[in-house]
Design a protein around this ligand. Structure first.
Ligand code: SF4
Length: 388
């Protein structure tokens, strides 16, 4: 399927301090020079990928990290200029930037607005001080409120907030308090991810030695279910396993993240920067995770480069599409692979429907297949059934 549009993911691998649970490709920048060298490498990479953008419309840009808001604004401005030299950025392009509370000020925000940033994703995680401290976050709940106000008054009102479940010291009550506090701010979107313990992090060490005080499995499940129900009660409609968009009746607008929807719909995107991955049709390529290699030889940065096999593409269609509460449209599978979905997955789908993990809905051209709430609860296991 040829996609007339394309998206860009831009990775900024710098943070003010490393959080105790984080295994993302990010580190503390050793000096101002690091930003300078990284920006130069990015500019070269953007120019070298010019042909990937030809004849396409830019749907979205997502500036993630790391903490992109620690980057000097002028460097970010140079990067945005380099992007607009290879593809038009128009008023309709969704441009999201990840921002951590306490890392923005009015001057920076003025610049972001001038660069066209129209959506911000804020890494809140919790509004409980003990929980923030346990995660090794640099901010306080008060920083969240101040940064939110600054963003809002700068003109960026499409704000998403990330919260985390299953974190040390968390209870159902503390999670509800976090949701209550952020609901007062009224962000347009909330993502709720469960903490996962990753190898190589301080949390992993603590976990091995039994000194990490995590909620029990039962408590974690209760927290996860409470997050769903309480966010729904506050008007946030779940549209993906971990993502919720505010439903506004007085001025309806779609606050789902367009950029992420394009991932789940297997649309094309180009990843720029260290560790960034790209998908162009069935062609996949990923940049090195090593900052030094990336910056010193931007012409030779791919660590992965392959064409996705048809069977893998089919599996991907299923496990990405089924992340969305609206599931997949059966006809889209046939349009994509020239094969009716029933021929490939008929048995598995029936089995999931029989076990109330999924349902069919709609008629004819609009017939869809989607996971039930029960199916979403065990999505990792359900998705394995679609692998070959
Ligand atoms: S701010 Fe985000 S990217 Fe940076 S260390 Fe913390 S979790 Fe990782």
């Amino acid at each position: 399927m040829n996609d007339p549009e394309i998206s860009i993911y831009l990775h900024i691998p710098f943070c003010q301090r490393k959080c105790l649970y984080c295994d993302f490709c990010s580190d503390v920048a050793s000096s101002e020079d690091t930003f300078f060298y990284y920006t130069n490498a990015l500019l070269k990479e953007i120019a070298s990928k010019k042909e990937l953008f030809e004849g396409r419309k830019l749907s979205s840009i997502y500036i993630g990290g790391g903490t992109p808001s620690v980057m000097p604004s002028h460097a970010l401005g140079n990067i945005m200029d380099a992007i607009s030299a290879v593809i038009d950025i128009d008023d309709d392009t969704e441009i999201t930037m990840e921002v951590n509370p306490g890392t923005v000020n009015e001057l920076k925000l003025k610049d972001y607005v001038a660069f066209g940033i129209n959506r911000v994703s804020m890494g809140v995680q919790s509004m409980i001080e003990d929980e923030l401290f346990a995660l090794g976050r640099i901010h306080t709940a008060d920083d969240v409120k101040k940064s939110f106000d600054m963003l809002y008054w700068s003109g960026i009102d499409n704000i998403s907030m990330d919260i985390m479940t299953s974190i040390p010291h968390q209870t159902v009550e503390s999670l509800m308090k976090t949701i209550d506090e952020i609901d007062i701010l009224h962000p347009k979107h909330i993502s709720a991810y469960a903490l996962s313990i990753e190898k190589g992090t301080p949390f992993y060490e603590k976990y091995l030695y039994g000194t990490l005080q995590l909620p029990s499995e039962e408590e974690s499940y209760a927290i996860y279910k409470t997050a769903q129900a309480y966010l729904d009660q506050k008007g946030y409609k779940r549209y993906e396993i971990s993502n919720y968009a505010l439903e506004v009746t007085y001025a309806p607008r779609d606050y789902r993240c367009r950029h992420n929807l394009r991932y789940w719909d297997r649309k094309d995107y180009v990843g720029l920067g260290v560790s960034a991955a790209s998908k162009v049709g069935d062609h996949r390529f990923t940049n090195t995770r090593d900052l030094y290699s990336y910056a010193s030889d931007p012409g030779n940065i791919r660590i992965e480069d392959y064409e996705l096999k048809k069977t893998d593409a089919m599996a991907e269609f299923m496990f990405l599409g089924l992340r969305k509460t609206e599931g997949i449209r059966l006809l889209d599978f046939r349009d994509c692979f020239d094969t009716p979905i029933e021929e490939v997955y008929g048995k598995v789908m029936k089995n999931h429907v029989d076990h109330k993990l999924a349902v069919m809905s709609g008629d004819d051209e609009e017939r869809r297949f989607m996971l039930t709430e029960q199916g979403m609860d065990v999505a990792n296991y359900v998705m394995c059934d679609y692998m070959f």
